[in-house]
Design a protein around this ligand. Structure first.
Ligand SMILES: NC(=O)C1=CN([C@@H]2O[C@H](COP(=O)(O)OP(=O)(O)OC[C@H]3O[C@@H](n4cnc5c(N)ncnc54)[C@H](O)[C@@H]3O)[C@@H](O)[C@H]2O)[C@H](O)CC1
Ligand SMILES: [K+]
Length: 636
């Protein structure tokens, strides 16, 4: 749970309460883990704690308290520790502990009231102190950001905001600019000329529960978060600013059912794969139908079909245009051209929605999608099409050109796979005008909005892909009320940036269609299922299955990108878990060797790929995930 589930600030606070009531020293525990991370960051920089310089940006709340106690421990280990007080006060007991340990305090906010400190200074003095702060930040080994945590309200204001901007400038320009010298000796060691930024709980200045960036903020190299993941650490755009992730297990009792976001990981993706049994045949393993490709973009048909065929389904049916059919058959002679029973669809890759010819793929896609149209209440609309019971409709993955043909309100087994530009266009068409930048600024909020107004399961593509779907069991937890009841969000950021290449989305859409068909077929057991079984399979028609399968598709796609490109830099590396007891030491997750910790990782940048390379890797990625089934069987 600590690795995969994110909880709102208020749920984390509520879970802290009973422990605090029993006098469990949560802040001391948090700060021990934080100090441990800082020590190993210093070591990873090739330095020693005794010779290191640690600068702590400390706010007035408990987040500042965590930083101060950690500073106290580091000062006792011999580090030079300076606190820049950026708020109206400092956590009293923690500040005293720090000073007793030999740490120094520089008050930067003139409103700050700390007994024994000269405050209320004028603008000239403020400028001097800011210059001194800049110098300290510039020459620090570690900057600890303890300005605001889960108590943060809106955009950073006052000195905290000035400090965030100052640090951003220093990180951007580095020592070279400040000293007028080029410290970087050109052999790569200059990377450590700038301080390593360790964020305490969350990087300051960010929307903790929304993942948005309202103003000046901190970008961290490592974030040490306490008790549980917070939404901002896993949803874009904030997740791109938190660096490596460490979750400190404080023993909070959190209800998994209240998690607002879940990270897709190998274990969850593996659980959504279907292993064929001895009695299976191609039809019972899942048949996926694709209406993809066009006269103009036949390659999209080839890529989506090849990806579907390589992802474990029993059969692929292709219903694209003639020119694409020939190319598809050349690439994949296994494919069956023409209509027939399917358990899932993939539609739209390479389809021009404005091609209105009667036999165009756009017409076929439009006609198919009209079967999924519902009124707002979820019952299937019968206007102009044959009425069909909603549960019997196979899931459909709607990509690219087909997004323009999506009815206003559809069944939850419709998975739409837009990128930010397509989502902005869809929202605008549906009367909620958005620019691409507006979607990129708040991808989660906008994905939720599309889910709410269309009813579809929304997979918003990006370095961190978001999937928002109908949970059937959620309780509308989104703190600003944007989540409709039952919405569930999953994220997957397993892929490297090399993955953003032409045709990559076609591969993803084919893969998702194939996974959906296998899941659906495994539920269908058409010949022998009782009516009751069929109806319960129908109840599972939406989510979590569809949401999870779509997210599993994004995860598998990402891993294929990693294997194809040889690159292990991606938006969502596995968090490191640290366990900390009320008294005693800190334990790192035993499965994490020291060279894999987020601040000490040798990273391979890899090389460019084309979308076809992803398809070649699919079988190896699926093999590695399926091995988990074997391991699970062996354990049973
Ligand atoms: N999760 C846990 O189990 C534990 C969490 N701990 C730490 O406590 C903080 C939360 O502390 P709290 O005092 O409630 O709030 P903060 O310190 O995050 O912030 C309050 C502080 O910040 C100022 N502030 C708020 N918004 C802004 C703003 N926009 N601009 C400037 N300043 C702002 C406000 O005025 C207050 O002074 C949690 O994150 C953890 O780090 C426990 O220590 C351990 C257990
Ligand atoms: K912080």
């Amino acid at each position: 749970m600590l690795r995969t589930m994110a909880f709102t600030s208020s749920d984390v606070r509520a879970a802290e309460r009973p422990l605090l009531d029993r006098s469990v020293p949560l802040m001391r525990m948090a700060s021990r883990a934080l100090a441990d991370v800082c020590r190993s960051v210093v070591n990873a920089r090739g330095s020693e704690v005794e010779r290191s310089s640690i600068v702590i940006l400390a706010g007035a709340g408990n987040n500042g308290g965590d930083g101060l106690y950690a500073g106290s421990l580091l000062a006792r280990s011999g580090a030079g520790v300076t606190v820049l007080a950026v708020g109206t006060a400092l956590h009293d007991a923690a500040a005293r502990s720090l000073m007793r340990a030999g740490g120094r305090v520089l008050v930067v906010d003139p409103r700050c009231r700390i007994p024994g400190f000269d405050t209320g200074f004028d603008d000239a003095e403020l400028r001097l102190r800011l210059t001194a702060s800049a110098d300290l930040l510039l020459h620090a080994d570690v900057v600890m950001d303890a300005m605001t945590g889960i108590g943060s309200k809106g955009a950073l204001t006052g000195t905290a905001s000035v400090m965030a901007d100052l640090l951003a400038e220093i990180l951007h320009d580095g020592r070279r600019c400040a000293d007028g010298n080029d410290d970087n000796d050109g052999n790569g060691e200059g990377a450590h000329d700038r301080p390593t930024v360790v964020a305490v709980d969350v990087p300051s200045g960010l929307g903790v529960d929304s993942g948005t960036v309202p103003g000046a903020s901190i970008t961290a190299d490592v974030t040490v978060t306490f008790g549980a993941l917070k939404p901002c650490l896993v949803v874009p755009p904030v997740c791109y600013r938190r660096g490596g992730l460490v979750v400190v297990d404080l023993g909070l009792d959190l209800d998994p059912g209240r998690a607002v976001v879940r990270r897709m990981d190998a274990s969850c993706a593996s659980s959504r794969l279907v292993v064929p049994g001895a009695g299976d045949m191609k039809y019972s393993r899942g048949v996926v139908g694709l209406i993809t490709g066009s006269q103009r973009y036949p390659g999209a048909g080839v890529l989506s079909v090849s990806a579907a065929a390589r992802s474990g389904c029993g059969m692929v049916r292709y219903l694209g245009p003639r020119r694409a059919q020939d190319l598809v058959l050349q690439a994949m002679p296994e494919v069956v051209v023409g209509k027939g029973h399917v358990q899932a669809w993939t539609v739209g890759c390479g389809v021009d929605p404005d091609d209105h010819d009667d036999d165009s793929p756009a017409s076929a896609v439009g006609a198919l999608l009209r079967h999924y149209q519902t009124d707002d209440g979820g019952s299937v609309s019968t206007t102009g099409v044959e009425p069909m019971p909603p549960v019997s409709m196979p899931p459909v993955c709607v990509d690219a050109g087909a997004l323009d043909l999506l009815p206003d309100h559809v069944l939850p087994q419709v998975v739409i796979t837009p990128h930010a530009g397509e989502l902005a266009r869809l929202l605008t068409r549906m009367g909620h005008p958005r620019t691409v930048d507006a979607v990129l600024d708040d991808p989660w909020g906008n994905a939720v909005l599309v889910h709410r107004i269309t009813g579809a399961t929304v997979l918003l593509k990006g370095a961190m892909t978001l999937v928002v779907g109908d949970d059937g069991q959620g309780d509308g937890l989104h703190p600003d009320g944007a989540h409709p009841d039952g919405a569930r969000t999953m994220v997957s950021g397993a892929g490297p940036a090399w993955l953003s290449t032409a045709g990559s989305g076609d591969v993803l859409a084919g893969l998702i269609g194939s996974l959906l068909a296998q899941w659906r077929a495994s539920r269908e057991s058409a010949d022998d299922a009782t009516a009751e079984e069929r109806s319960s399979a129908g109840k599972d028609r939406g989510c979590p299955a569809v949401t999870e399968i779509a997210a599993a598709g994004a995860y598998i796609h990402g891993l294929s990108g990693r294997m194809a490109s040889g690159c292990d830099v991606c938006a969502d590396a596995e968090p490191l878990i640290m366990r900390v007891a009320p008294v005693g030491g800190v334990t790192r997750d035993s499965s994490t060797s020291s060279d894999r910790v987020p601040w000490n990782r040798a990273r391979s940048i890899g090389h460019p790929i084309v979308a076809s390379d992803l398809i070649e890797q699919l079988q190896f990625v699926l093999a590695s995930l399926l091995r988990r089934h074997e391991d699970d069987d062996a354990r049973r």
